[in-house]
Write a protein that binds this ligand. Structure first.
Ligand code: 5AD
Ligand code: SF4
Length: 489
């Protein structure tokens, strides 16, 4: 193909050195709210936009395109987006005065839930795009630049997965040592407090071969740890290359064979989908890390029923016993909601009792927040805010105590640490323990991207401090020289 004469290129293009019309260099600023799936989606959006000539910037002031990848899971998420849009409006106006264009897009679950309402309330928004339509971003952007107010909130998740896994060559040689990989999206569980089934749609799993391809590419570009993502990741049921449907346990077994992938993790799981195959994977796979995020939300049978969780507290205890039998050193984590409608003092006590009996390495806890359109929002007996506040403080004090005890139990232990990046102090690296704790160690930069045995010598409030085990320097000479390499994170 011959290049078009310069006067024929449009304003989004420039001429390459061999006279081809290519996309003009542009900058995109992406702000991510919420869960890891949004982090993954933001990376994929950046990849798709890279093909259109966009490079990522962390300054909104010099961005040609601003994308807010939003979250709708709890209160005020939408309000936060509108106030951020207020700030962006000023910058957009300023740029317009200088004759520069700025396209503003809202993506993610607020986009899905609010749709066209967003650009009505915030006229600076040119583009509203739901989580299932990111592969269409280039086309949508072209329309938005043509002056159209674009709203795309269709559910076509298969198309999204197909397109986003087309390669996507990163301009960088090397990726960060730890990365996310979405294997499943959406949820059919309809817990009565949760918006996810409405914003992310029904459960869809990617095929095994797509996932293996992506994981192999990741390993080849320096990724050592992959965290499989899904709103309900352990409900994974993807088409296998043998024509059978594979569950998460089987998928993990296959991923464990990929050379260079030292560590596997997955999140987030539902207790009802922890099947034998997955529990056995924890017993058998060395690379499957001893950490499990298994939200239970409440310890009261009455509240679990009202939440439509479809299991009892005893089911959960029995499950934890089976998991601990298979993987005795596993660190458990969970999510808890306090103040769900109808939660009495006794129900809350049941939750506290469950936490004491299970013993968590860490946990996330939230005050119940009425989400429009969910059954919980209109239930009777909403719990007053001050009661929620008091319960949350009590629960968090207990969980903090457990977390401290769990961290303290690592003192003097030797464990493998994946070195991820430079620390704040010179000569210091930050890595991750098998139990997902940050570990700080004095170590040379060349170790970034490798797994090393480390002795835990001190316990801090949020991280552990370690010392490289002497006599393990042979890996130093094997570690790739990454000094010159830029990392994602
Ligand atoms: N109110 C409070 N917490 C919620 N979560 C989900 N929906 C709500 C809500 N309406 C919490 C749950 C879930 C986590 C991701 O967010 O604990 O596991
Ligand atoms: Fe929401 Fe998780 Fe329940 Fe699905 S299983 S409805 S994502 S809390």
């Amino acid at each position: 193909m011959t290049g078009r004469p310069e006067h024929q290129i449009n304003k989004d293009e420039t001429l390459s050195k061999d006279g081809e019309a290519v996309p003009a260099p542009r900058k995109v600023f992406v702000k991510t709210y919420g869960c890891q799936m949004n982090v993954y989606d933001s990376e994929r959006m950046t990849d798709v936009l890279a093909r259109e000539g966009y490079t990522a910037t962390d300054s909104v002031d010099d961005a040609d395109l601003v994308l807010l990848n939003t979250c709708h899971i709890r209160e005020k998420a939408a309000e936060k987006v509108y106030s951020e849009l207020g700030r962006i409006r000023k910058i957009k106006t300023e740029r317009a005065r200088e004759g520069k264009e700025m396209v503003v897009g809202v993506a993610g679950c607020v986009a899905q839930a609010e749709g066209a309402e967003i650009s009505r309330r915030a006229p600076i928004v040119d583009l509203v795009v739901g989580p299932q339509s990111y592969h269409q971003l280039p086309d949508l952007l072209r329309k938005a630049k043509g002056g159209e107010k674009v709203v795309e909130t269709e559910f076509d998740i298969d198309a999204k997965f197909d397109h986003l896994s087309e390669k996507v060559e990163k301009p960088k040689l090397q990726r960060a040592p730890s990365a996310f990989l979405t294997v499943q999206e959406g949820c059919d569980k309809f817990c009565t407090f949760c918006v996810v089934p409405y914003t992310r749609g029904a459960e869809v799993s990617r095929s095994v071969s797509q996932i293996i391809d992506e994981a192999e590419r990741m390993a080849a570009s320096g990724v050592r740890e992959v965290t499989l993502l899904g709103q309900n990741v352990n409900a994974y049921h993807g088409d296998g290359p043998d024509g059978e449907t594979w569950g998460l346990g089987r998928l993990l077994r296959r991923l464990a064979e990929i050379e260079g992938l030292d560590r596997l993790r997955y999140t987030t799981s539902h207790p009802r989908d922890m099947d034998d195959e997955l529990i056995e994977a924890h017993r058998d796979l060395k690379s499957l890390m001893p950490y499990l995020h298994l939200p239970v939300q409440s310890g009261s049978d009455k509240i679990l029923k009202a939440m439509n969780r479809k299991h009892t507290r005893d089911d959960y205890f029995r499950l934890i016993d089976r998991i601990r039998e298979a993987a005795p050193d596993i660190a458990l984590s969970g999510d808890f909601i306090v103040g769900f409608p109808g939660e009495s003092d006794a129900d809350f006590e049941d939750t506290m009792d469950l936490i004491r009996r299970v013993g968590y390495g860490s946990a996330f806890s939230f005050k119940y927040s009425q989400r429009p359109g969910t059954p919980g929002a209109t239930m009777a007996d909403q719990v007053p805010e001050d009661v929620k506040t008091a319960r949350l403080a009590e629960l968090q004090a207990l969980v903090t105590e457990q977390q401290k005890a769990f961290n303290a139990s690592r003192l003097g232990m030797t464990c493998d640490v994946l070195f991820e990046k430079k620390g704040r102090l010179p000569g210091q690296l930050v890595g991750k323990s098998p139990w997902l704790q940050p570990v700080q160690i004095d170590a040379p930069d060349v170790l970034i991207g490798s797994v090393q045995p480390v002795e835990i010598v001190e316990i801090g409030s949020n991280s552990l401090f370690g010392r490289l085990i002497e006599g393990h320097n042979e890996t130093l000479s094997q570690a790739p020289d990454l000094k010159e390499v830029a990392f994602d994170a």
